[in-house]
Write a protein that binds this ligand. Structure first.
Ligand code: PBG
Length: 342
C-alpha cells in the first residue's frame, strides 16, 4: 500500500489500537459488572428443611425459610448484598381474594424474620408484592363482574396489595416491590406504609412491566399462571403492550411522582431500548429484571452445546448494564459469581 493510498483510506485512525491487549481493553472499558450490581431472586415455600428443584429453571430451587438462610449466607459470601423474595404457597392456601398473601405466618414473612435475625442489616431484603401466587384464578389483582364481563379490578386489588406489603414491612423488609401493574399502587402502598409507621420501608416499583412470553418458567416455579377456569386468559389488561415505548415513560414518570424509590424494567434482554430510554428520563436507580425465560433460553442453548454459557451470560449481563441498569435481578447471578464467569 502506498502512503497516498493509506492517507486516502484514513488509516492513521485505528480504533484497533485500543483493543490490542487485555490490559489495554481493561483501561478503556466503559461498563463494569460486579457482585454489588445484583439482586438475587429466591422462591420461598412453607415448611422445614425443604429444597425443591424447579424443572423449568435448571439450577434454581424453592427453599423453606430455614434452608433459605444458607443460600442467603452463600450470596453474601459471594458479595451479593440484596435478595428479592417470592412466596410460593400450596393450592389449598389460594383463594379468590388472595387472603394468604398477607398471612403473618406465610413463607415470606417467616423468611424475612429469620434473615433479619441472622444477617442484621448486612443483607438488603426485598419482597415481591403481587397477588398472582395467592389467588385461585392466578391473576395479579382481584376479579370483579361488570356489565362488560369479568375484569381485574384495580381499586379493590390495591387494598389487598397494601395488606401484603404491610405484612412484609412488619416482618422487616427493607423494600417492597409491587409487580401487579395496578394503577396507583405505588402511591397507595406509600400512603399505607407511612400511615402504619413504615416510612423508612422503600418501594422498588416494577414500573415498566410488559405482558411477556418470557415469564413462562417463573409461572411454573411460583404456580402463578392465570387459571384456565377464568375467562381472562392473559395479563394484557394490566401489563404493558410490547409495541409501546412512550407508554413506558408514562409509567415510569407516574411511579416516580408517586414516590417510588427505584424503578424496574422487565423483561431485560428484549427491552434494552426501553431501559436506555427510561435511564435518560429518570434519576432514580434503575433495575433490570433478567427474567426466567431469558435464563431458561441460555440454559437450554448451553445444554444443546449451541453456545458457551459463561460468555453468553457475561455478555447478556453487561448489555443490561450498558443499556443503563444500575442493578440486575438475575437467576444467573450466584452461579456466575461462584464460577468466576464475571
Ligand atoms: C408476579 C411476577 C412475575 C414475575 C415476577 N413477578 C410473573 C408474571 O407477571 O406473570 C416474572 C419473573 C420471571 O419471569 O422471572 N406478577
Amino acid at each position: 500500500m502506498t502512503i497516498a493510498q493509506r492517507q486516502a483510506m484514513q488509516l492513521s485512525k485505528r480504533p484497533r489500537r485500543l483493543r490490542s491487549s487485555a490490559a489495554m481493553r481493561e483501561l478503556v472499558a466503559e461498563t463494569t459488572l460486579s457482585a454489588h450490581d445484583f439482586i438475587a431472586p429466591f422462591f420461598v415455600i412453607p415448611g422445614k428443611a425443604i429444597e425443591q428443584p424447579i424443572a423449568a429453571l435448571p439450577g434454581i430451587s424453592r427453599f423453606s425459610s430455614d434452608r433459605l438462610l444458607a443460600e442467603l449466607e452463600h450470596a453474601l459470601e459471594l458479595g451479593v448484598k440484596a435478595a428479592l423474595l417470592f412466596g410460593v404457597v400450596p393450592t389449598e392456601a389460594k383463594s379468590q381474594t388472595g387472603k394468604s398473601a398477607a398471612d403473618p405466618q406465610g413463607p415470606v414473612v417467616s423468611a424475612l424474620k429469620a434473615a433479619r435475625q441472622a444477617f442484621g442489616n448486612d443483607l438488603t431484603l426485598l419482597t415481591d408484592v403481587c397477588l398472582c401466587g395467592y389467588t385461585d384464578h392466578g391473576h395479579c389483582g382481584l376479579l370483579k363482574e361488570t356489565p362488560r364481563g369479568w375484569v381485574v379490578d384495580n381499586d379493590s386489588s390495591l387494598e389487598q396489595l397494601a395488606r401484603m406489603a404491610l405484612a412484609h414491612a412488619e416482618a422487616g423488609a427493607d423494600m417492597v416491590s409491587p409487580s401487579d401493574m395496578m394503577d396507583g399502587r405505588v402511591a397507595y402502598l406509600r400512603d399505607s406504609l407511612d400511615a402504619q409507621g413504615h416510612s423508612s420501608v422503600g418501594i422498588l416499583s416494577y414500573a415498566v412491566k410488559y405482558a411477556s412470553a418470557f415469564y413462562g418458567p417463573f409461572r411454573d416455579a411460583a404456580g402463578s399462571a392465570p387459571s384456565s377456569s377464568v375467562s381472562i386468559r392473559d395479563r394484557k389488561t394490566y401489563q404493558m403492550d410490547p409495541r409501546n415505548t412512550r407508554e413506558a415513560l408514562r409509567e415510569a414518570v407516574l411511579d416516580e411522582s408517586e414516590a417510588a424509590d427505584m424503578l424496574m424494567v422487565k423483561p431485560a434482554l428484549p427491552y434494552l431500548d426501553i431501559l436506555s430510554h427510561v435511564r435518560q428520563h429518570s434519576s432514580l436507580p434503575l433495575v433490570a429484571y433478567n427474567v426466567s425465560g431469558e435464563y431458561a433460553m441460555i440454559k437450554a442453548a448451553a445444554a444443546a452445546a449451541a453456545l458457551e454459557e459463561a460468555a453468553a451470560v457475561k455478555e447478556s449481563l453487561i448489555a443490561m448494564r450498558r443499556a443503563g441498569a444500575d442493578l440486575i435481578i438475575s437467576y444467573h447471578a450466584l452461579e456466575a459469581l461462584e464460577k468466576g464467569w464475571i
